[in-house]
Design a protein around this ligand. Sequence first.
Ligand code: HEC
Length: 193
Amino acid sequence: MIRSLKSAVAIAAVLLGTGFLWAQSGSRPAVTRPQNGAGAVPSGTYRQTTPQQPREVPFEEKLWDWLQKAQYKNWGPLPGVTADAYRGEEPHGAALRLYANRVAAGKSSELPLGSILVKENYSEDAQTLMGITVMYRAKGFDPEHGDWFWAKYEADGRVSQMNGMPVAGRVGMCIECHSGAGGKDFSFANDGR
Ligand code: HEC
């Protein structure tokens, strides 16, 4: 009796785990390797995962690992943006810090393919990290919306979730608001230039 109860619990756990995998998968566009001065960003494709296959690491998780390896915290801001924390507005944090890779900083008026912008969102005290939002311009990813890949991470680096879905890829709410940015390039930070 105890044994069958145990195995029922084990099966339920497996099923839940499977559901989790399915929720994470679904066919999504491949992200191509950019020409990138800071070194190649990992490429990733999205495939259906079945319970038998090991879970394929989603692109947004690879991107996070890559950003750590690339030591994005050593990157400068865009020209004209302070390297210190500056006052933010909704929905981003009360205090923000912007980091741009070399591709972006070198030609910020155009933000060429391969540009990566990382924004740390801090609370009012400018010390408590609330989350990290990233924009990465990847050729062919989403031509209708400037080819930007969007992602939001929690302070500990986990991909943020909304309604059980990762906030990464073609994220409607990011695109919608950022489509109002000057120059129609979906970026606000370079609008002064
Ligand atoms: C309601 C509007 C709005 C939404 C939604 C929004 N943003 Fe932003 N975002 C802004 C504004 C305004 C700025 C520039 C001012 C600032 O830094 O607060 C900005 C700045 C940024 C920047 C710095 C580069 C730039 O364009 O200035 C990044 C990176 C960024 N957002 C990522 C994201 C991601 C990823 C999402 C979705 C998860 C998102 N944003 C959703 C309004 C928005």
